[in-house]
Design a protein around this ligand. Structure first.
Ligand code: AFP
Length: 323
């Protein structure tokens, strides 16, 4: 039955090849467990109206948590108990969360537990995103905000779980990008997309063109040039970042999110939870990312919840975007 290696077989093989300690394998397996639980909850979200509205009580009198709250609680509670992390940062939490007795743990993790959750009610794909760094503060002391203010280039692993028509776990540890599909019948992640690479051919662009009227002139020109120079250019924008990036990595495409309002420099996407990890995936899959001046991976955040812009996808096209 299992022609494809499972996540644990694959990770343990990789770990043996580099004679690792096994700690990293365990971290990825833990994230895989969280992904399976969220996948189960997302799949029955449509039943919320039958079993009880989120935020209320279900027919059995149990309170039904909103899915983004549930996903956040799961990430925080599960990862706090693994012993691998000194602190966590979530898109849903105001400040970093120190792990009790985590002073001797080597890593910190930032995550967006359920990105695109405003799409949930309409059965549109959503995703969880994570970014892992080694601490810069001394082992034996509590982690601090400083541990999260590191550029994406120092991430030791990053990835996402996409809850779509099937559930996929896609990650990189800096040696390419591997994708696993959840076989719900046996509850296993199976290696379905080894060493994902962005195809060279690129017809797709993903942009929320509703904001175009407030874009800078060069942003409008960039997109116009892309369309004009490619007669097959076509738009695919889901408005759920993980799904947009995933499709573009597999099919070839450009994700285009400049400042929504160029005069006010308003941006929506968060560096620590969305941009850094997804930029690592795109670049490890042979693509490129930029904010118009430098790779997204070279930006050092100065605030935990910092927002930014991103153009990501096929390297030849991304390299032509300047701001
Ligand atoms: P939500 O989690 O609030 O749905 O935001 C998701 C998101 O950050 C990202 O997944 C989308 O690509 C982006 O917002 C879409 O936002 P716009 O509707 O402003 O394009």
């Amino acid at each position: 039955m299992l022609q494809h290696p499972t996540l644990s077989q694959y990770i343990l093989d990789q770990e043996r090849a580099v004679r690792g300690s096994g700690e990293f394998s365990q971290i990825l397996l833990d994230i895989g467990v969280i992904g399976k639980v969220i996948s189960r909850e997302v799949n029955k979200a449509g039943l919320a109206g039958i079993l009880g509205e989120a935020g209320t009580e279900n027919s059995s009198g149990d309170s039904v948590k909103k899915l983004d709250v549930l996903a956040n609680d799961l990430f925080v509670n599960y990862l706090s108990k693994t012993g691998h992390f000194a602190a966590l940062a979530s898109e849903e939490e105001t400040d970093i969360v120190l792990v009790p007795n985590g002073e001797h743990a080597k890593y910190v993790i930032a995550f967006d537990p359920l990105d695109g959750s405003s799409n949930m009610d309409f059965n549109v794909s959503v995703g969880s995103i994570f970014s892992i760094h080694q601490r810069v503060t001394a082992l034996g002391t509590p982690a601090t905000l400083q541990d999260f203010l590191q550029p994406g280039s120092t991430q030791v692993a990053a990835g996402y779980i996409l809850y779509g028509s099937s559930t996929m776990f896609v990650y990189t540890t800096g040696h390419g990008v591997d994708g696993f599909t959840l076989d719900p019948s046996v509850g296993e992640w199976l290696l379905s997309h080894p060493q994902m690479m962005i195809p060279e051919h690129c017809d797709v662009y993903s942009a929320n063109e509703a904001y175009m009227y407030t874009w800078a002139e060069q942003d409008k020109t960039f997109l116009e040039n892309f369309k004009r120079s490619n007669p097959k250019a076509t738009s695919r924008h889901i408005g759920s970042l993980v799904a947009d990036i995933h499709r573009n990595v597999l099919k070839g495409g450009i994700y285009f999110r400049p400042y929504d309002d160029a005069t006010k420099h308003t941006a929506k996407l968060r560096l620590n939870y969305e941009l850094k990890p997804l930029a690592m995936i795109v670049e490890q899959a042979g693509g490129a990312t930029t904010d118009g001046q430098q790779s997204i991976l070279n930006i050092t955040p100065t605030e935990l919840h910092q927002k930014g812009v991103m153009v990501a996808g096929n390297a030849a096209i991304v390299s032509t975007y300047k701001r």
